[in-house]
Design a protein around this ligand. Structure first.
Ligand code: GMT
Length: 381
C-alpha cells in the first residue's frame, strides 16, 4: 500500500507512535509518505520506502499567525494526488483530522476519494477535545473520518462518552519494537550515574503539567530517605524550571540528574530499577510500556489507560493521582527485596510482550484494508 502519515514531528507520544508505525510498515514493503512541518524526531536515518514531505508555512506580512492548516491541506492534496496514495492516516485529531477532511473534500472535486484513518492519542480528546471551543471540530472530524482508532479502551470509551460518535471506534494499542527496546548491558552508565550501587528511579516525559513531574521528585525524596538512590529525569518541557526549583528546595539536587531530551532512552532504561509515571491524565502511557520492555517495573497513577498497561501487583503498582506516600512505599516494596524485584522485572517484560509490534502492525494493516474497501464500496453506490 501507499500510505500517507500526518503527525506532530516532536518527541510527544503520538509522533513517536506514528513514526515507528510508518517505519515498521515500510520494512514490510509498504510505501510510506510522512507529511509534516519538520522531519519526525525518530525518523533519523535513511529508510528504503520512506519519503518525507515538508510542509512549509506561508510567510506573508498580513498573517500574524501563518495558516499551517491551509499549507498542510494543500500539501496533502498534492502528495495524495501525485504519489497516488491509497490511504491517509492522521495522528491526533487537532488539527490533523480536520485538515484531512478539507483535503478529502478538495480531492473529491478532482475525482479522488482518499480513505482517511484518524488515530486518537489522548490529549486531543481529554484536554483539547474537552475544551468546548474545540469540541465541534473534534466531533465533526472524527465523524467524517472513514475510520477512527484509539490507543486504549479507556480512550475509546471516553471519546464515545464526551462526543456523539456515529461509527464504532477501533482500539489498536500502542506497541513496542523489541529489536530496540530490550534490556541491554550498560553497566558503564550505571557506574557513571549511580557509582555506589544506588537504586535508580527514572521518569521520561515531555514535562507538561499533566505529567506531574513534581510528584516524581517528591516520591524520590521519600525513597531516598530510606535507601541510597538516584533519580534520572529524561525529557524537557514547560515544567522543568519548577522541577529544578523543587529539587533545590528539597535539597536533592546532587542525586537528581536532568538529562534533557534523549534519543536512546532504552540505554537509560537499561540501568533503571523503577519507572515512575504519576500523570494526572494518560490515555495509554507509551513511556511506561517502553520501560516494561526493558524490564523496569512501573509505579503509576491509576487513571486513564494506565491500568491497561501496568498490572497491579505484577508489573508494578497503581496509586491515586497525587498519593506520593503510597507511590514511594510501593517503589520501596519492589526495590528493597532483590528476589521480588526480579519477579516484577520478569512480569513487566512478559506483559510488555503482549504489545509487540509484531501483533499490532497487522491490526493496522487489516484496518486500512477494511477502510479502503468501505470507501470503495461507498464510491460505487
Ligand atoms: O503524553 C504526552 O504529553 C504526549 C501525547 C501526544 O499526543 O503526543 O501522548 C499521548 O499519546 C501517547 C501515544 O499514543 C500515549 O502513550 C500517551 O499516554 C498520551 N498522553 C496523554 O494522554 C497525556
Amino acid at each position: 500500500m501507499r500510505i500517507g502519515i500526518v503527525c506532530y514531528p516532536t518527541y510527544g507520544g503520538s509522533g513517536v507512535v506514528a513514526t515507528e508505525l510508518g517505519m515498521a510498515l515500510a520494512k514490510t514493503g509498504h510505501e510510506i509518505h510522512f507529511i509534516t512541518y519538520k522531519r519526525p524526531a525518530r525518523l533519523n536515518k535513511f529508510h528504503e520506502n520512506v519519503y518525507f514531505h515538508e510542509v512549509s508555512g506561508a510567510d506573508y506580512p498580513l498573517f500574524e499567525y501563518a495558516p499551517y492548516e491551509t499549507s498542510l491541506a494543500s500539501k496533502l492534496v498534492d502528495v495524495i494526488k501525485y504519489e497516488k496514495l491509497d490511504v491517509l492516516h492522521v495522528h491526533y485529531a487537532i488539527p490533523h483530522a480536520a485538515v484531512a477532511y478539507m483535503a478529502k473534500q478538495i480531492l473529491k472535486s478532482h475525482g479522488i476519494n482518499i480513505p482517511v484513518v484518524t488515530t486518537l492519542h489522548g490529549t486531543d480528546i481529554t484536554l483539547v477535545g474537552a475544551d468546548k471551543t474545540f469540541g465541534p471540530v473534534v466531533e465533526f472530524s472524527i465523524n467524517n473520518s472513514d475510520g477512527t482508532t484509539a490507543v486504549s479502551r479507556m480512550l475509546k470509551d471516553e471519546t464515545e462518552r464526551i462526543f456523539n460518535i456515529k461509527e464504532p471506534i477501533e482500539v489498536i494499542y500502542n506497541f513496542i519494537d523489541f529489536e530496540r527496546f530490550r534490556k541491554v548491558d550498560k553497566d558503564h552508565f550505571r557506574m557513571a550515574l549511580a557509582p555506589d550501587g544506588e537504586k535508580v528511579l527514572i521518569h521520561v516525559s515531555n514535562f507538561r503539567k499533566v505529567k506531574r513531574v513534581e510528584d516524581v521528585i517528591k516520591v524520590f525524596n521519600i525513597v531516598q530517605k530510606q535507601i541510597p538512590a538516584k533519580l534520572l529525569l529524561v525529557g524537557d518541557g514547560p515544567e522543568r524550571n519548577v522541577c529544578e526549583a523543587l529539587c533545590r528546595e528539597l535539597g536533592v539536587c546532587q542525586d537528581v540528574r536532568f538529562l534533557g531530551k534523549q534519543d536512546a532512552v532504552e540505554e537509560l532504561l537499561a540501568i533503571a530499577d523503577v519507572f515512575v509515571i504519576p500523570s494526572q491524565n494518560e490515555s495509554f502511557g507509551l513511556a511506561a510500556l517502553e520501560a516494561m520492555a526493558c524490564e523496569v517495573p512501573v509505579i503509576s497513577s491509576n487513571i486513564g489507560g494506565l491500568p491497561e498497561v501496568n498490572v497491579e501487583g505484577k508489573t508494578g503498582f497503581l496509586c491515586d493521582v497525587g498519593d506520593i506516600d503510597s507511590m514511594a512505599e510501593k517503589a520501596l516494596y519492589i526495590i528493597q527485596d532483590e528476589d521480588r524485584h526480579q519477579e516484577f522485572r520478569k512480569n513487566a517484560l512478559e506483559h510488555a510482550r503482549k504489545f509487540d509490534i509484531q501483533y499490532i502492525l497487522p491490526q493496522y494493516v487489516a484496518y486500512y484494508e477494511q477502510v479502503i474497501a468501505k470507501v470503495k464500496v461507498a464510491s460505487l453506490t
